[in-house]
Design a protein around this ligand. Structure first.
Ligand SMILES: Cc1cc2nc3c(=O)[nH]c(=O)nc-3n(C[C@H](O)[C@H](O)[C@H](O)COP(=O)(O)OP(=O)(O)OC[C@H]3O[C@@H](n4cnc5c(N)ncnc54)[C@H](O)[C@@H]3O)c2cc1C
Length: 409
């Protein structure tokens, strides 16, 4: 394949992995990126400690991709969590497994990894074209880019699109590609927020006093769209409009699906997982001895100020005077979730290019010669490193497909 070139559009982890794979196979690689630099979302992911992947063994790992586990399992057959850790080591970045099983670079940062990776790709011959926003195709099939020097047109032997989802659009991935692909006959499920917070609509008091406060040591009870009940312990945060944070993100796919179907959904919290209903009721039924309810809830039920405020949000004065009802609410405080927070605020996106619109190498059936990779595909996963792992794996798979096709041509 002398002089064959691959155009990769999008310089996130999926696009960069595609570039590395194609370059190693001897293809000329041009990588186009709308922003002034690549990997901006990857860098932000590193702010809270870059969670590269997870040590959970397969097939439990694959199950995190929900209804897409079979397809993504095949991507992972080519590049799994172990391969990702080996790859990072090859970049000079050792990783460790945290107490939760999550895998991080030793320094927990994204910047050194990204800097070294881009430098090596450049040294290997990958041509980076930043400030190149892809606009679609000309009638003759050339790629159109908006650049500071005006529109540029590029003919490519093969194209990998790795344009990301629609969360945090200020970092470059704005989902504008959805209509471009739909117009070309590629089926795209609308992008939706994943790993997101939810609106509840707190009282003014709750917002003023507790927005931003952590809700610690709680157990969430919820139902998935099939009506199966689930429970999970963790922590979340009271936001100005509702609730967010790691525990809520982990449930967000189920919660979002129920809201889409029913208009709203219920999430219940056990605010005192270490105590039984009977213990709480007995303690709260004792004479008040001049102490306020808030004081008693703190002393007798171990509730902090946020948890006490939550009880006040849900129960009225008469209910708060009933020890049995209060004990029930502490063990299963019902909150009605009205809607997910907007996609722009979410950690990641659900929806995207339907996997049924792609062949096994991730090439668009409706657009021969165009492969897709990363978060722009229709899959979702919880946080925990599963997002990046699937982005890397699909970037490599798409590039391999393009390499094979160019070799055949
Ligand atoms: C705050 C935050 C923290 C996160 N933390 C983690 C974590 O710890 N672990 C984890 O696994 N995941 C994490 N993620 C998710 C992870 O960062 C993403 O899933 C991943 O970056 C997606 O990779 P991608 O290559 O598919 O897309 P992106 O990283 O979004 O890259 C797509 C690129 O395409 C470019 N682009 C878009 N449209 C165009 C166009 N028209 N023309 C040219 N270029 C274009 C964009 O500018 C962007 O650079 C986090 C996300 C956020 C927002």
């Amino acid at each position: 394949m002398p002089n064959a070139t691959l155009s990769i559009i999008g310089g996130g982890p999926a696009g960069l992995m595609a570039a590395e794979t194609a370059c190693a196979a001897g293809l000329g690689v041009d990588l186009y990126e709308a922003m002034g630099s690549v990997g901006r979302k990857f860098l932000i992911a590193g702010k809270g400690g870059l969670n590269l992947t997870h040590s959970e063994p397969r097939p439990a790992f694959d199950a995190r991709y929900r209804e897409r586990q079979a397809q993504i399992g095949r991507w992972l057959d080519g590049f799994d969590a172990g391969a990702l850790r080996d790859w990072a080591r090859g970049q000079g970045i050792d990783t460790y497994v945290g107490s939760s099983g999550r895998v991080f670079p030793m320094d927990r940062k994204a910047a050194p990894l990204l800097r070294g990776w881009v430098r090596r790709l450049r040294d290997a011959g990958v041509r980076f074209h930043v400030h190149h926003r892809w606009l679609g195709w000309t009638e003759q099939g050339a790629l159109r880019f908006d650049t500071p020097e005006g529109e540029r047109r590029v003919d490519a032997d093969a194209v990998v699109l790795a344009l990301g989802g629609g969360s945090w659009p200020q970092l470059g991935s704005d989902g504008a590609w959805q209509d471009l692909l739909r117009a070309r006959g590629v089926e795209v499920a609308p992008l939706q927020p994943a790993n997101c917070g939810f609106d509840i609509g707190w009282s003014e008091f709750m917002v003023r006093r507790h927005a931003g406060a952590p809700l610690k040591h709680v157990v969430a009870h919820w139902q998935d769209a099939a009506g199966t009940g689930h429970s999970r312990q963790g922590e979340c945060v009271i936001s100005e409009t509702g609730i967010e944070g790691s525990l809520v993100y982990a449930l967000s796919a189920d919660l979002r699906e129920c809201i889409t179907r029913d208009g709203s959904t219920q999430l219940a919290f056990d605010l005192a997982p270490g105590r039984t209903h009977e213990q709480l009721q007995a303690a709260l039924a004792r004479p008040a001895g001049g102490r306020s309810l808030g004081e008693r809830l703190r002393r007798l039920a171990g509730l902090d100020a946020v948890k006490v405020a939550l009880l006040h949000e849900v129960l009225d004065q008469a209910q708060l005077a009933d020890a049995g009802l209060v004990a029930s609410a502490i063990k299963r405080l019902p909150l009605r979730l009205l809607r997910p927070r907007p996609l722009a605020e979410a950690i990641s996106s659900a929806g995207g290019v339907r996997l049924e619109a792609l062949d096994d190498s991730l090439m668009c059936k409706a657009l021969p010669g165009v492969w897709c990779a990363g978060e722009m595909l229709d899959w979702e996963a919880p946080t925990g490193g599963y997002l990046l792992t699937a982005c890397f794996a699909s970037g490599q798979l798409a590039a391999r497909g393009a390499i094979a096709a160019v070799a055949r041509a």
